[in-house]
Design a protein around this ligand. Structure first.
Ligand code: GLU
Length: 418
C-alpha cells in the first residue's frame, strides 16, 4: 500500500511488473525505478461568482528526475486523485523514454467538474493552481501541458501567472499554449495526427486500404476529434463517435468537419443529430477497421476485449486497456495494438518542439513540425515492432520495455547519490 494505491495506480504497477519480469530486473531495483520521486498536494481556494469561497484540491506528481526536467499535462476532472495522477506520471516517463525525449514523466490535476464552474472561476482556479505550484516547477524543473479538461487558454493563464511572479515573460514554463503566446504551430493537432499517422502505418502493414475502411472513436476531445478528422481526410468512414454526453452512429460515415464545428460551439456532440443517436456502451464493440479509445483510462476491460471487432486498436487515451484485457488481446492476434505510450506520444513530442522553440526564440513552419513529429513516431514504431518480433512479446510489453530499459540505464550510469 502507498498513498497512490487505487485502481489506476495498481494498473501502472501491474504493467511495470510484467516489464520488470521480462527484463529480469532484480526486486531491489524495481522500486527505485517505479516509485514517484515527488508528489505535491495543494489546496486552491477561489472566490465563486455568488460571493462564497470554494476550495479545490490540486496535485502534481513528478515521477522521474533522472533524465532532465519532468514533463506532463494537467488534468481538470472530477475523477482526478493522487493515484491517477501518479499513474499518468509514470506512463509519461515510459512514453518520453520510448520516443527519446530528454524528460522524465510528470502529471498534474485538479479535482473539479469544469462544466460546473464559470469561465471566470476557471481562470481563478487555473491561476491559483499555478501559483501554488511555483516552488516546484520551472522551465528546467517541470514543464506543464494540457490534458483532459484543460486547453490552450488554461495554458496561457498558467504561463501568465508564472511570468508575473518572475517579472518577465517565461513562455517555456508550459507547452500547448496559443500560437500567439509562444505556442507552436501543430501542437493542437499533434496527438490526434500522431494517432491517425500510426493507424495508417498499421493499415499498410495489414494491407487495409484507407479509402472506404471504417473507424470508431470513443471520446471527442482534443485527441479524439483530430484523430477522427485526419482519418476522415485519409478516406476512412468514421462510423461512430462517442463522448460523455452520448454517441452517434452512421454506417455511411459521419460528417467529421461538421461534428467538430458543432462540438467546438456547444462543448459536446449532444444535439448534432437525433436520427444518428446510438448507445455509447456499444461503441467499443462495433465492427470496424480502426478503433480509437480516446477517453478515460480502463474503458477496455477483459469482457470488452473479448468482444472487440476491430483490426487496429489505436490507443489515443492513456491507459484505456486493463492488464486483464491485455491478457485477452495477447490471444487475439488478429487485433494489432498500438499501445498508448507510442500511439498518443505525438502530443508530448510536439510539446518538446514547443519548449525547444521557446528556449531558442526561433519558430518553425507547421510542415517542419509535422515532418519531425512523424519521423520520431516512425522510428519509435519501428523499434517497437522489431523488439516485439525479436523477443516474441506483445506490443505494449515491447514499447514499455524500451522505455523502462532507457530509464534503468540512465539511473545505473548516474549511480546513487550520495
Ligand atoms: N497530456 C498529454 C499526454 O498525456 C501531453 C503531455 C505534454 O504535452 O507534455 O501525453
Amino acid at each position: 500500500m502507498t498513498v497512490y494505491s487505487g485502481p489506476v495506480f495498481d494498473m501502472a504497477v501491474d504493467q511495470f511488473n510484467v516489464i520488470a519480469d521480462h527484463l529480469e530486473i532484480p526486486c531491489d531495483e524495481r522500486e527505485r525505478i517505479l516509485q514517484p520521486k515527488r508528489a505535491i498536494t495543494v489546496s486552491c481556494p477561489i472566490h465563486r461568482d455568488d460571493g462564497t469561497i470554494s476550495v479545490f484540491e490540486g496535485y502534481r506528481v513528478q515521477h522521474l528526475l533522472t533524465m532532465g526536467p519532468t514533463k506532463g499535462g494537467t488534468r481538470f476532472a472530477p475523477t482526478v486523485d493522487i493515484g491517477e495522477v501518479a499513474a499518468l506520471a509514470i506512463w509519461m516517463s515510459w512514453k518520453c523514454a520510448l520516443v527519446g525525449l530528454p524528460y522524465g514523466g510528470a502529471k498534474g490535476g485538479v479535482n473539479v467538474d469544469v462544466s460546473q464552474i464559470s469561465k471566470r472561476e476557471l481562470e481563478a482556479l487555473s491561476r491559483r493552481y499555478m501559483q501554488e505550484m511555483i516552488p516546484f516547477v520551472g522551465p528546467r524543473t517541470d514543464v506543464m501541458a494540457p490534458d483532459m479538461g484543460t486547453n490552450e487558454q488554461v495554458m496561457a493563464w498558467f504561463m501568465d501567472t508564472y511570468s508575473m511572479y518572475q517579472g518577465q515573460t517565461v513562455t517555456e514554463i508550459v507547452t500547448g499554449k496559443p500560437v500567439f503566446s509562444g505556442g507552436t504551430l501543430g501542437r493542437r493537432e499533434a496527438t490526434g495526427r500522431g494517432v491517425a499517422h500510426l493507424a495508417r502505418r498499421v493499415m499498410d502493414v495489414l494491407g487495409i486500404k484507407p479509402v472506404g475502411a471504417t473507424a470508431v472513436i470513443q471520446g471527442f476531445g482534443n485527441v479524439g476529434s483530430y484523430a477522427a478528422l485526419v482519418l476522415h481526410q485519409l478516406g476512412l468512414k468514421v462510423i461512430a463517435v462517442s463522448d460523455h454526453t452520448g454517441a452517434l452512429h452512421d454506417a455511411k460515415g459521419l460528417d467529421i468537419p461538421a461534428l467538430m464545428k458543432h462540438a467546438s460551439t456547444h462543448g459536446s456532440i449532444a444535439g448534432f443529430s437525433n436520427e444518428l443517436t446510438f448507445d455509447p456502451a456499444e461503441v467499443l464493440t462495433l465492427a470496424c477497421d480502426v478503433l480509437v479509445p480516446a477517453a478515460l483510462e480502463r474503458t477496455i476491460d477483459g469482457g470488452v476485449a473479448e468482444n472487440l471487432k476491430c483490426r487496429v486498436l489505436a490507443e489515443g487515451a492513456n491507459g484505456p486497456t486493463t492488464p486483464e484485457a491485455d491478457r485477452v488481446l495477447e490471444k487475439r492476434k488478429e487485433i494489432f495494438l498500438i499501445p498508448d505510450i507510442l500511439c498518443n506520444s505525438g502530443g508530448v513530442v510536439v510539446s518538446y518542439f514547443e519548449w525547444v522553440q521557446d528556449l531558442q526564440q526561433l519558430f518553425w513552419e507547421e510542415e517542419e513540425v509535422m515532418r519531425r513529429e512523424y519521423q520520431i513516431l516512425d522510428r519509435a514504431f519501428d523499434h517497437m515492432l522489431a523488439r516485439s518480433r525479436a523477443d516474441r512479446i506483445p506490443h505494449r510489453t515491447a514499447a514499455m520495455a524500451i522505455g523502462v530499459e532507457k530509464v534503468r540505464a540512465a539511473k545505473a550510469t548516474r549511480g546513487l547519490f550520495p
